[in-house]
Design a protein around this ligand. Structure first.
Ligand SMILES: NC(=O)C1=CN([C@@H]2O[C@H](COP(=O)(O)OP(=O)(O)OC[C@H]3O[C@@H](n4cnc5c(N)ncnc54)[C@H](O)[C@@H]3O)[C@@H](O)[C@H]2O)C=CC1
Ligand SMILES: O=C(O)[C@H]1O[C@H](OP(=O)(O)OP(=O)(O)OC[C@H]2O[C@@H](n3ccc(=O)[nH]c3=O)[C@H](O)[C@@H]2O)[C@H](O)[C@@H](O)[C@@H]1O
Length: 444
């Protein structure tokens, strides 16, 4: 059992803190956001993540987990410190390391133990861990020997707790063997394969993993677009491809592209690092370009269908960047909503969890509904932008009953073509044949 401090308790930091407490460590979570700290102290997660609240409450009650907004209290006795602050894209397109530097400075000013290991969980450009060490060493107020470890995080939002206990691997990078083996011991109770490597390679593993997954998505989306032109079905194609273990079935789901707080930012971040190193990443450039085009593919289909979208009543189902989260950072649904309003459409959106978060970005530009039924009633068309189970389970006859004419543009291939073909629905999806048993095709 180790005494661990987490600096930055957002999506990654809180899950890290709670799961390390769950496997028996004593964990202090520190964040500069006092409101969030007050919530977490009361056993409330500031964001939605399945299973998180139960584990949070359980470990708070057991006394394994402690929250504070006071850096001195958080760090005075700390020997192992995880950094999990944000690394967003800066205005000039590079990775904004200001939160990382600030966190490193706070650590330096408050640690007192003789030996301290600082573990970076945040996704940081190659070389940043060395910068963190430098910032800490130059700002130390006590005599402390600091070693640095990179421990990139691979969890997905919406399944973060499951992913932490069932990850494929834990990567530990360090140039100090002793520090690496201490961090290995901390993680051993998870029972997951641990790969120990050097600091720079660990940093690169994180970016290249995200870049590779993003590449799979853009690849399958381009093939989906081609399927539409030649009459093949992307779901059959992806399944048939995935049966080859060298390819694998995962991350071959065609749709309206990847969003969220990581793939867009990390693909940009890797390109920026390559540029600084005097190299171009042609494949990744193409991945980003395809993703930007894919985002508006549904809207283009709708424009083709209706001529223009001015004054059309459109329901958007889904605002979160993926299901089981209320995170709307770089959500494609938000971009689509925004673009539709620019085209003069009258948009009403529904999301099971992310309405408040979306409101903070879209404000009065669109209307918000509290149910699927409310969103789709009397609309000209529906856009499905997030693959929530609630949408997949929604009875299809209700589209027929409630919409002006049941016309669906499904960006997530939420329904099987067999299901849809039982109804009078005009249905456009991604990479699959267009279905129309209805008589609306002359409608403009
Ligand atoms: N969200 C995700 O699913 C994943 C994120 N990552 C990476 O993890 C890092 C964190 O991401 P998220 O947790 O999503 O960010 P987040 O925005 O949810 O959380 C960051 C937290 O750090 C706090 N913070 C900022 N400066 C601080 C400071 N000086 N001292 C203490 N706390 C401070 C903020 O108040 C916030 O609560 C990023 O580098 C991200 O790329 C990696 C894997 C998964
Ligand atoms: O670095 C990160 O933050 C994380 O980024 C992603 O996790 P996350 O963004 O939470 O969610 P994903 O499930 O990967 O989905 C990302 C986007 O890709 C889209 N996607 C995903 C899979 C797919 O087959 N097709 C597809 O369009 C999703 O709809 C979503 O917009 C990675 O999957 C995690 O391993 C990584 O830790």
């Amino acid at each position: 059992m180790k005494n661990i401090t987490i600096v930055g308790t957002g999506h990654v930091g809180l899950v890290t803190g709670v799961t390390l407490a769950e496997i028996g460590h004593q964990v202090v979570c520190y964040d500069i956001n006092e409101n969030d700290i007050a919530l977490m102290k009361a056993g409330i997660s500031p964001f939605y993540e399945p299973e998180l609240t139960d584990l949070l409450k359980k470990n708070l009650n057991k006394g394994q987990l402690f929250f504070t907004g006071d850096p001195k209290l958080a760090l005075v006795d700390a020997e192992i410190i995880y950094i999990a602050v944000g690394t967003p894209t800066a205005e000039n397109g590079s990775v904004d390391l200001s939160y990382i530097k600030e966190a490193a400075k706070t650590i330096a000013e408050n640690i007192t133990k003789q030996e301290v290991i600082v573990v970076t969980k945040s996704t940081v450009p190659v070389g940043t861990n060395k910068l963190i060490q430098q910032v800490i060493v130059t700002n130390l107020t006590n005599e402390v020997n600091v070693n640095i470890v990179s421990n990139p995080e691979f969890l997905r939002e919406g399944s973060a707790i499951y992913d932490t206990f069932s990850a494929d691997r834990i990567v530990i990078g360090s140039d100090c063997e002793k520090a690496a083996s201490i961090i290995e011991e901390i993680h051993r109770p998870f029972g997951i394969t641990i790969f120990i490597t050097d600091l720079l390679s660990a940093e690169m593993i994180k970016y290249s993993s995200n870049a590779f997954l993003a590449t799979k998505i853009s690849f399958i989306n381009e093939i989906a677009n081609l399927c539409e032109k030649v009459g093949a079905n992307i779901e059959e194609v992806a399944h048939g491809m995935g049966l080859d273990f060298r390819i694998g079935t995962q991350f071959l789901k065609a749709g309206i592209g990847f969003g969220g707080s990581c793939f867009p930012k990390d693909t940009r971040g890797l390109i920026q690092q390559a540029t600084e190193a005097g190299q171009s990443l042609e494949i990744l450039e193409a991945v980003i370009k395809v993703n930007k085009q894919q985002k508006y593919s549904l809207m283009n289909k709708a424009k083709q269908r209706f001529g223009n979208l001015k004054d059309k009543k459109i329901a958007i189902l889904g605002l979160a960047f993926k299901p089981n989260t209320n995170d709307v950072r770089e959500s494609i649904a938000i971009d689509i909503a925004s673009e539709l309003t620019m085209q003069g459409a009258l948009v009403t959106a529904y999301d099971p969890l992310a309405l408040e978060e979306a409101k903070q970005i879209l404000g009065e530009k669109i209307q918000y509904a509290l149910s699927i039924e409310e969103a789709i009633t009397n609309t000209d068309m529906v856009f499905i932008a997030t693959d929530w189970d609630e949408f997949k389970d929604f009875p299809l006859e209700k589209y027929e009953m409630l919409m002006k004419h049941p016309i669906i543009f499904d960006g997530k291939n939420s329904y099987s073509l067999d299901e849809i073909s039982e109804y009078n629905i005009e249905y456009y999806s991604v990479g699959r044949p267009f279905l129309n048993k209805s008589n609306f095709y002359n409608l403009k």
